[in-house]
Design a protein around this ligand. Sequence first.
Ligand code: TYM
Length: 332
Amino acid sequence: MSSKKRVLSGIQPTADSFQIGNYLGALKQWVQLQDTHDTFYSIVDLHAITGEHDPKVLHQRTLLAFAQVIAAGVDPEKSTLFVQSQVPEHAQLAWVLGCQTGFGEASRMTQFKDKSKKGGMDRTSVGLFTYPILQAADILLYQADQVPVGEDQRQHLELTRDLAIRFNNNFTKTFTVPEPYIVKESAKILDLQDPTAKMSKSLPAGCVFLLDDEQIIMKKFKSAVTDSDREIKFDTELKPGVSNLLSIISLVSGADISELESEFSSKGYGDLKQRAGELVIESVARPFKSKVDELMKDKAQLNKLMNQGAQKAKQVAGETLRTVYQNLGFVS
Ligand code: TYM
């Protein structure tokens, strides 16, 4: 067995394109970690059916998500990259963990509370309610030490840790208790139209999708909401919009925020927006899109990589599930 620490993370195939929040908050870390860690990354399609969905669209988005993770720099030879529904152990462990989760505990998940409030209880599926338990199964099946995610996933990781500790205490020690791996600077990329909210595909006006046309990306940056002041300064409380643009520029270019503040001291908000747009297009979106287009031309190769990833994932997941079943007292 490898002595490297184990990493697992996942991304939903619920849009036609990843957005820069996914890229800066998660995928960049996925790519960096694959050189030093034993990395498992999943396209979590089981998580993508908690609301209504069109099967054809989900199928296409799953292929596209797989291609996008590779285009972002995840190497399927270095990392185990797989589609969640191709590894049935995820659903199997989710049932077991559901039986360890309190109803009240699951009811306190803020993402569930927000989404169910918007949709109304009658239109909210039980799958949305148990979503975080499936996420815990994703992580615990691989005995992950670290889970690279954005800030919005912190509460789900707390639940995962609680479930691992509870199972280990109630039965035999079975699971590694995972740590969140959240990089402060990129943990929460903000919406360009409402810089008090997280950038999210559900608010498309302020969300920059990497596969959008370049003109659309530029337009979104140019119309980013800032403030009525003129000073370009990093201050997340008083200047969330300006700070968000500075963060994006810093994360993409590698320049320090303080360097950027002095560089932009004699410039205006228009220059800042223009620079952010240009950088995202030239350094991220353009090469990303061309790689995705190339990968999507060869579906046979994508399918081959998916099968290969699922086989590798199943070896680890199967071993954990066998131990779990044994420790629960199931007859083998
Ligand atoms: P998902 O598909 O919504 O997002 C994928 C990753 O992108 C991060 N992210 C952001 N980071 C910074 N700023 C933003 N504005 C932003 N928007 C999204 C997310 O934090 C996430 O890391 N429940 C998960 C998927 C999942 C998972 C897992 C993650 C299922 N099983 C196991 C880790 C481990 C989700 O919905 O991510």
